[in-house]
Design a protein around this ligand. Structure first.
Ligand code: F6P
Length: 366
């Protein structure tokens, strides 16, 4: 694109796992783009649509009334990485191919001046590679896991934390009535932010996160200590990526079509069984799973998503390509996508939230 040409056509896609707030970003992007005379092409099913040429123009009517609706009107996929494209042969055997040329071809065929990619870590890696292939890209960070270092917060996280805290509130009363231990498994592959923030908000007694490998003895000890102080129930909030000291991640499967093939799940069941066997306390498990990804975004996420979407259009209009929108304190800023993907944001030992949780007596099994 010539330096003087104005941005008049943008493409927008939502990549990776969905989360509350995606529609609010699409709405923020589309409304401000149309207001500035920019045509918006909605690419369907994430990068799959970019490779396979599936898209439709978005009008004001398309984005009207979607602010509070979960999911994404564009569809998403965590299997459509153009650089890691699965193709099955006649025997169903899958091999991985590079279809990035097709993605670039469609970008030009649609006469796009910029692509707005909304997604998490995986999506930003793809956005960075497409930038290196000459595409004008602006990234918008989403993920319930909140594991992108370059932004103080990703939209979707607050909504997931809300689901966890609501679930813990409900489980609290039933655990207390029956004098039981209830283990709640939440999402969070490598980062424990959902378990930590959700557990803190919902009054968990033990929080097990990927960053702090736990010892079962310490878990039993905490439950017994509570009993001695007259608390005959306990709530344990465990991230799907939590693991025992010296142990491995608990997987329920693998899927080579995905960039990260590990499908996590099952640690909650194991923790619950071991607690029951070793403390004698009746124990139940609740797996929140995709309830954390679905449904309406919280007001905080609606506002953050709208700000992110509107700011992404400002970046596109200023031709600040190869950059990702980021929250820094209370300000929306931007960072190089390349820098955004260089480091994952994990719970650090000196995190104020972690220290606060420890100070009020929440156990981490360490
Ligand atoms: O990355 C977000 C996330 O919610 C992870 O915490 C979880 O492991 C993953 O998505 C599950 O993805 P799916 O079930 O869609 O494959």
């Amino acid at each position: 694109m010539k330096a003087t040409k104005k941005v008049t056509r943008i493409g927008i896609l939502t990549g990776g796992g969905d989360c509350p707030g995606l529609n609010a970003v699409i709405r923020g992007v589309t409304k401000s783009a149309l207001d500035n005379g920019i045509t918006v092409i909605g690419i369907l099913d994430g990068f799959e649509g970019l490779v396979e040429g599936k898209a439709r123009e978005l009008s004001n009517a398309d984005v009207s009334g979607i602010l509070a609706i979960g999911g994404t009107i564009l569809g998403s996929s965590n299997k459509g990485d153009p650089f890691h494209w699965p193709i099955a042969d006649s025997n169903g055997v899958i091999s991985i191919h590079d279809r990035s040329e097709a993605a670039v071809r469609n970008y030009h065929a649609w006469k796009l001046d910029c692509l707005i990619g909304i997604g998490g870590d995986g999506t930003m890696h793809i956005c960075n590679k497409l930038t290196m292939m000459g595409m004008n890209v602006v990234g918008v960070p989403k993920t319930i896991d909140n594991d992108l270092e370059a932004t103080d917060l990703t939209f979707g996280h607050d909504s997931a934390v809300y689901v966890v805290s609501m679930a813990l509130d409900r489980l609290h009363t039933t655990a207390s009535s029956h004098h039981r231990v209830i283990v709640v498994e939440v999402m969070g592959r490598y980062a424990g932010w959902i378990a930590l923030n959700g557990g803190l908000a919902g009054g968990a007694d033990l929080i097990l996160i990927p960053e702090i490998p736990f010892s079962y003895e310490k878990v039993y000890q905490k439950i017994k200590e509570r009993e001695l102080s007259g608390k005959r129930f306990s709530l344990v909030c465990v991230a799907e990526g939590a693991k025992e000291l010296g142990g491995d991640l608990v997987l329920k499967g693998t899927d080579i079509k995905r960039h990260d093939p590990k499908q996590l799940g099952g640690i909650g069941e194991i923790v619950a069984r071991k607690i029951e066997e070793n403390t004698g306390r009746e124990t139940r498990v609740t797996i929140l799973g995709h309830t954390q990804r679905g449904g309406s975004p919280t007001p905080y996420d609606r506002i953050l998503s709208t700000k992110f979407g509107a700011y992404a259009i400002q970046l596109a209009m200023k031709k600040k390509f190869g950059r990702m929108v980021a929250l820094k304190g209370n300000e929306i800023k931007n960072v190089l996508i390349e820098d955004a993907i260089s480091k994952q944001k994990l719970v650090q030992p000196d995190s104020q939230t972690l220290l606060t949780a420890r100070q009020i007596g929440i156990g981490f099994g360490d």
